[in-house]
Write a protein that binds this ligand. Structure first.
Ligand SMILES: NC(=O)C1=CN([C@@H]2O[C@H](COP(=O)(O)OP(=O)(O)OC[C@H]3O[C@@H](n4cnc5c(N)ncnc54)[C@H](OP(=O)(O)O)[C@@H]3O)[C@@H](O)[C@H]2O)[C@@H](O)CC1
Ligand SMILES: Nc1ncnc2c1ncn2[C@@H]1O[C@H](COP(=O)(O)OP(=O)(O)O)[C@@H](O)[C@H]1O
Ligand SMILES: [Mg+2]
Length: 283
């Protein structure tokens, strides 16, 4: 029998820490989000917003220039880069603690150029979260997959994206098979579904038993990427597995609670609740 640990609420108390008085934004994670083409800026904005509202110290969003005003109007805490400006993007890649690539990025030659840029300039200690279009782009370009850098990598596929990347049909995505592909990839895989499963880089695995169809709105996965990035960027005292378990659990805990009074829980509802709910877990 394959054992997936059921994540419990207690992980939030273990991971979320009171901040030392003598600290500054640089201590809470420099996050770069690369996503949002001219039609899907919302995905990058939701990812960046989730990162800011879950405590990331400095968030920069590299996106299509059409999204600049929307991002600034919606999230003035975040900085913006035109994703065609390679020299500025390289500078931020080199200083980022966590990079998210993919929310709303779309599939184009430009997506592949951005991959080459990240893979060349990312530092070994930086975590790279690969989501959405970026997963599909990698699945379509096996050559790119061979050039993946030697830094911590986290894939956050939904079941169809996992099918594209792993070659496993959705019906055949059992924990044993999922873990064998995850180990071949040498990365962490967060397989998003009803009761999301996490296959950690240290070969442990876990799953959540909360969340439901009130979360089935576009942007819900984009929001998860921002929470994960912020947690990695700031909660350095806990193990990598606990930090990811906590981020994934929190992302579903908020809508589970709100679903008692709402038919659907929007990504924006989760984002605005994050600071208050996180405060509840300070010991
Ligand atoms: N506001 C914005 O800017 C938004 C931007 N977005 C961005 O769009 C990009 C593309 O991402 P995507 O997930 O929308 O599309 P894609 O990768 O083609 O997968 C969909 C196909 O897979 C199938 N499918 C099967 N199982 C599934 C499952 N469990 N979960 C989901 N799908 C499942 C599904 O089946 P069907 O619905 O037909 O039954 C369909 O055939 C990505 O970069 C993302 O960030 C979105 O976040 C939305 C809000
Ligand atoms: N029925 C459901 N039960 C539990 N979680 C769900 C359900 N439907 C969607 N979700 C969650 O919503 C998110 C959807 O991710 P994804 O498809 O990548 O969204 P998007 O790309 O639109 O942002 C995942 O975290 C998934 O677990
Ligand atoms: Mg997605």
């Amino acid at each position: 029998m394959f054992y997936l640990k059921q994540i419990s609420e207690s992980v939030l108390k273990e991971v979320i820490k009171k901040r030392p008085s003598v600290s500054h934004k640089g201590d809470y994670g420099r996050i770069l989000i690369i996503g949002g083409n001219e039609n899907m800026g919302g995905a990058a904005i939701m990812s960046a917003s989730a990162a800011v509202y879950s405590g990331a110290g400095l968030v920069t969003c590299a996106s299509a220039p059409e999204n600049r005003s929307a991002l600034h109007a919606r999230l003035p805490e975040a900085m913006f880069l035109d994703y065609h400006d390679f020299s500025q993007i390289i500078t931020v890649i080199k200083s980022a603690d966590v990079i998210v690539v993919g929310p709303g990025l779309g599939l184009s030659q430009h997506t592949n150029k951005l991959f080459a840029l990240i893979f060349t300039h990312i530092r070994q200690q930086t975590t790279l979260i690969i989501d959405g279009s970026a997963i599909t782009a990698l699945a379509q370009e096996p050559k790119l997959l061979k050039t993946i850098p030697n830094c911590p990598i986290i894939y956050t596929p939904h079941q169809a994206e996992w099918q594209r990347l792993s070659g496993i049909e959705i019906a055949a995505q059992t924990p044993q098979v999922n873990q064998s592909i995850q180990q071949k990839l040498g990365a962490t895989v967060i397989l998003k579904k009803h009761h999301t499963e996490i296959y950690h880089a240290d070969n442990s695995s876990s799953k959540i038993m909360i969340g439901g169809p009130y979360m089935a709105t576009g942007g819900m996965g984009d929001t998860l990427t921002g929470i994960i990035a912020a947690f990695i960027g700031q909660f350095k005292a806990s193990s990598a597995a606990d930090v990811l378990d906590a981020a994934v659990y929190l992302h579903s805990l908020i809508p589970t609670k709100l679903s008692h009074e709402k038919y659907v829980v929007l990504p924006s509802d989760i984002i605005s609740s994050l600071p208050q709910v996180m405060h509840n877990y300070l010991v």
